[in-house]
Design a protein around this ligand. Structure first.
Ligand code: UD1
Length: 417
């Protein structure tokens, strides 16, 4: 098993380019099933979750070509509508394939995603919305069985603006008969990119980025070519790394507009932030200030995916900060590991109280989930001495060679097997 070894203390300096967003590529790869044709997708990051999605597509019968960061999916012939258990377990967000498999094949069999490292990932909203489009669902032996004669449009209200449920409903409704309205949808930029992708293949969708999405069902879609939006969570990771080490880093190929909630908190910490159309430069003054309360919320609120990273930064602030995690119930697994590194954090339910300390010290720590793991890496960059991060497979789900990227900014970091 790989480990990441960091000798802390170097300020990060320089420029780094962000690639396409994992959380957009995954639903877009699911969407490739819909057109029964050619899908050319540019700026796909080279990540474990992307490879897992390609395995699923191949298993279903798609032909895949990878040319650098471009992925070409030919979905003209599909031979299966079932995702086997081992592929579902590989990546729990593979639930996102449900909407497009049912739309394309009128049947779908997927194993139940179950609990995961950041807490249960229920799918009740996904299934309820699909039932409202006419899909019959049943569950047995850990599998979900879905079938439908003809998807029929409906007026659907999501109880919570779930990202995955919004995407699955959009994917299914594209080919339904009539006009579907989905209310209380997720407003994340990734939903807007999915809308753009689907419209580029002939769908008629409007409203993504607001609370209501309207989808006029079409009977046929065509070939499509698209470039994925930049990853706002990876952008936040490099900004947090600059903030915690006290350097100046320019992140390019990013969209500052999608990061306002994160930038506001980093400014509250005292960071100076300079925005350009597609770039963000962050430099940190000598002292990091604490923040009042950060509450993770659906977009445009503070992203749950940046919670752990921000917490790492706040461990070194001059004062006490509070973080309230409202999205996922078990997303504080990094806390114990940060405490091993000398952080002073108290957790009560979904609230963490972070009292800033003078310094962190290097330790052996374990990444339990993707973003928590990234938070340990950036904590290691600022810690005195050597930090060894295990559980790197979680980090690889969402970052392309994080150690090379951070080393290019001056970090003393390497991967050892
Ligand atoms: C997506 C992202 C993930 C991000 C999260 C929140 C992908 C692949 N993953 O996850 O990185 O952290 O959005 O921005 O894009 N819920 C239900 N019932 C459901 C579905 C969700 O109760 O059927 C609840 C969940 O328990 C959770 C909340 O809704 O409390 C948010 O989940 P959701 O937005 O669906 O997150 P994901 O799509 O799983």
């Amino acid at each position: 098993m790989s480990k990441i070894v960091i000798a802390g203390g170097n300020k990060l300096e320089g420029e780094i380019k962000v690639s396409g967003a994992k959380n957009t590529v995954l639903p877009i790869l699911a969407a490739t099933l819909l057109n029964g044709g050619k899908n050319i997708i540019h700026d796909c990051p080279d990540l474990k979750d992307v490879s897992a999605s390609l395995q699923i597509l191949e298993r279903l019968g798609c032909k895949i070509q990878r040319q650098g960061k471009t992925i070409i999916v030919d979905s003209s012939s599909i031979k299966d509508y079932q995702i086997p258990d081992h592929l579902m377990r590989e990546m729990r967000s593979s639930m996102i394939f449900l909407g497009s498999i049912i739309a394309r094949c009128r049947k779908a069999i997927l194993s139940y995603p179950g609990g995961c490292e950041i807490g249960p990932r229920p799918i009740d909203l996904h299934l309820k919305a699909l039932r409202q489009l006419g899909v019959k669902t049943s569950e047995a032996h850990g599998y979900i069985y879905c079938d439908v004669d003809r998807l029929e449009a409906n007026d659907i209200n999501l109880r919570f603006p779930s990202v995955g449920a919004t995407e699955n409903t959009m994917l299914a409704a594209v080919l339904a008969k009539g006009t579907t309205i989905i209310r209380n949808v997720a407003k994340e930029p990734e939903i807007v990119d999915l809308q753009d992708y689907l419209n580029a293949m002939g769908a008629k969708i409007s409203g993504a980025g607001t609370s209501v999405i309207k989808i006029e069902g079409v009977s046929k879609l065509h070939d499509v070519e698209h470039t994925v939006i930049p990853d706002r969570i990876v952008t936040s990771t490099y900004l947090a790394a600059a903030a915690i080490t006290g350097g100046t880093v320019k992140v390019t190929n990013t969209n500052p507009e999608n990061l306002q909630a994160v930038l506001a908190e980093l400014r509250e910490c005292g960071c100076e932030i300079y925005l350009e159309k597609n770039a963000i430069t962050l430099s940190r003054p000598s002292v990091l200030q604490p923040v009042d309360v950060i509450r993770t919320l659906p977009y445009p609120g503070f992203p749950t995916d940046v919670q752990a990273l921000m917490m790492a930064v706040l461990t070194l602030a001059k004062g006490t900060s509070i973080i309230s995690e409202t999205i996922f119930e078990n997303r504080f697994k990094h806390v114990e590991e940060l405490i091993r590194m000398g952080a002073d954090i108290m957790v009560d339910g979904r609230v963490a109280v972070i009292r800033g300390v003078e310094k962190l010290t290097g330790a052996n720590v374990n990444a339990m989930d993707l973003r928590g793991g990234a938070a340990l890496v950036i904590a290691g960059l600022a810690a005195e001495g050597v930090t060894i991060v295990e559980g790197v497979q979680h980090i690889d789900r969402g970052y392309e060679n994080i150690e090379d990227k951070l080393a290019s900014l001056g970090a003393d970091i390497k991967r050892v097997d």
